[in-house]
Design a protein around this ligand. Structure first.
Ligand code: MSP
Length: 524
């Protein structure tokens, strides 16, 4: 059983509105999933929804629904969202599924047996909105709590705690010894700074069922349900467990489920998250795994946050970018392209409608679209769509783009990969301008030169289809079809120069990214 390349995203709160931020995280992970498949690896890509907790319980009640019914309805919207983004996920986890809940209970039972928990009474200030006890640090100078915490109530409560503190020194050492564990660097430094300057408080991992019952009951004390984060983080291993992964089922001492496909997934190769949930993934999660006796993921990849026009996106301001609307107007590949091209994985980004339109026009319509369309149209017009004999004039440029793209993709350099690919597009468009095939076509003495130019152009288009496949899957398939190539362009090895054979007949050229008249207002 070969270990698959396992990629995960955070699981989205089911009661939130799918927006640009969620779409971004899923798209960059999807690009990585497709790229790794193209590079010859078997990939398992997991995404899903986080469905327990007080907010869901309250929202369901407000709608007069059971929480399960409420989640079932919303999960349909989230799954449709994943499809609209053209994700190639292999599974979709929902934390209310029996396969997840059973494994979470096995984890809790094991950690309880092995003395990682204790029960204690706690008196303090509790934020119902954030579902967490607040500490003195959360107070403002005047003693009040920030309105972002919503209603804050004073509570005395029994709960179970997870002994985190005893693992603090180990975690610092682990992160220092494994510099790639948290990517990018500045996020690793942030975590190390936090761990070195604070004493980790033990983590409260329950809520009394009397106050919150929309959660997974503790197998050893049904008066309590599990804290949502403990439940949610576990998804990354509950699905491998349900697939019969021995790296999880073994340490948790659970039988391989009947009929499980027996996949080998864990450890995850990359777990992609946003910067706001770094502490959960780089502190709590590794300690949970260590306590379970399970290996740590190879890498936590932390992306930045998107704003719109320099402001935080929020429903009340009314500036939330709705990916579905953008996709309906411009197509899914234009959306995927913009979010990956605009922003490297790490820093924050800023969406502007003008920026989106200008990239569409300059890089997709005039750049890629124009290159493919004029190359294939000239081949159709001047050579009846038949590929001439091989010529290697652009071979070195293509080889460089292929090598750079591969290197960037191996290191989460998605934006850098698109820049390398963009370099090849620009080079090929310049080549058309420099060689002027429309002039060569008028002079029968230049027939051989025209053959050479046309071969170079059509071969660059073929290679571009392969390089772009992880980013623009639909466009890349269209390119292959227009090139008259049957299979799907999802094998990086085929990006070697010379794949187009002489006398091959291409298909019909059709514009990939129709130019939009950006100046004139939309007509009704
Ligand atoms: N349910 C938790 C995650 C549990 S993972 C075990 C959660 N959900 S969320 O719906 O609020 O966020 C899901 C992901 O979307 C997070 O990684 C978060 O950082 C990301 N984003 C939410 N808004 C974002 C932006 N504006 N920009 C970029 N990503 C953002 O947290």
């Amino acid at each position: 059983m070969n270990k698959q390349f396992y990629l995960t995203t955070a699981i989205d709160y089911v009661n939130g509105q799918p927006h640009l931020g969620h779409a971004y995280e899923k798209i960059i992970t999807d690009v990585m999933a497709r790229a790794n498949r193209s590079l010859g690896r078997t990939v398992f890509f997991l995404t899903g929804n986080d469905e327990h907790g007080q907010k869901v319980q309250q929202a369901a009640m407000a709608e007069g629904k059971t929480p399960q019914h409420y989640c079932d309805k919303l999960a349909v919207i989230w799954k449709a969202f994943a499809e609209k983004l053209n994700l190639s996920n292999n599974d979709y986890v929902r934390t209310t599924e029996p396969r997840h809940k059973q494994v979470v209970q096995a984890i809790l039972a094991k950690l309880h047996r092995e003395d990682h928990f204790y029960k204690a009474s706690y008196h303090g200030f509790y934020s119902t909105k954030e579902e967490t006890f607040l500490t003195e640090k959360d107070r403002r100078p005047d003693g009040t709590f920030d309105p972002m915490f919503g209603e804050v109530i004073e509570l005395t409560e029994d709960n179970y705690y997870f002994k985190l503190q005893r693992h603090q020194a180990w975690l610092i050492e682990y992160i220092e010894r494994n510099p790639d564990f948290i990517f990018p660097d500045y996020r690793r430094n942030e975590v190390l700074g936090f761990l070195k300057n604070n004493v980790l408080e033990d983590l409260c991992i329950t809520r009394p069922a009397s106050r919150l019952n929309w959660g997974i009951p503790l197998p050893f004390d049904p008066e309590f349900v599990t804290y949502v984060w403990f439940d949610a983080l576990s998804n990354y291993i509950t699905i491998p467990a349900a697939c019969g992964d021995p790296a999880i089922c073994g340490p948790l001492e659970i039988p391989i489920p009947d009929g499980a496909p027996r996949l080998s997934l864990w450890p995850a190769d990359a777990q992609v998250i946003g910067k706001d949930i770094l502490k959960f993934h780089a502190v709590f999660w590794p300690i949970m795994l260590k306590a379970m006796g399970i290996e740590l993921p190879r890498q936590i990849v932390v992306h930045g946050w998107w704003q719109k026009d320099g402001q935080k996106m929020s429903k009340s301001v009314g500036n939330v970018v709705d990916p579905i609307q953008v996709i309906q107007e411009w197509g899914v590949d234009a959306f995927r392209y913009y979010v990956v091209r605009e922003l490297a994985v790490g820093p924050d980004g800023n969406w502007t409608d003008a920026g989106f339109r200008s990239r569409y026009q300059a890089e997709l319509a005039n750049g890629l679209g124009n290159l493919v369309n004029r190359s294939l149209s000239m081949l159709t017009r001047y050579r009846q769509g038949l590929v001439p004999a091989r010529s290697d004039e652009l071979a070195a440029d293509a080889a460089r783009a292929v090598q750079d793209t591969r290197q960037h993709l191996e290191q989460f350099g998605l934006q850098a990969a698109l820049l390398s690919i963009g370099g090849l597009i620009t080079r090929a468009n310049q080549y058309v301008d420099q060689t002027a095939p429309f002039k060569l076509a008028k002079d029968p003495a230049q027939s051989e030169r025209l053959d050479q130019v046309l071969y170079n152009l059509v071969e660059v288009c073929r290679i571009l289809a392969i390089l772009l496949n992880p980013f623009l899957p639909d466009t890349s398939i269209k390119m292959y079809q227009q090139l008259g190539l049957g299979e799907v362009p999802a094998d990086f090895q085929r990006a070697a120069w010379g794949g187009m054979t002489a006398a091959h007949r291409i298909g019909t050229p059709t514009p990939l990214f129709p130019r939009k008249d950006l100046e004139s207002p939309k007509r009704a």
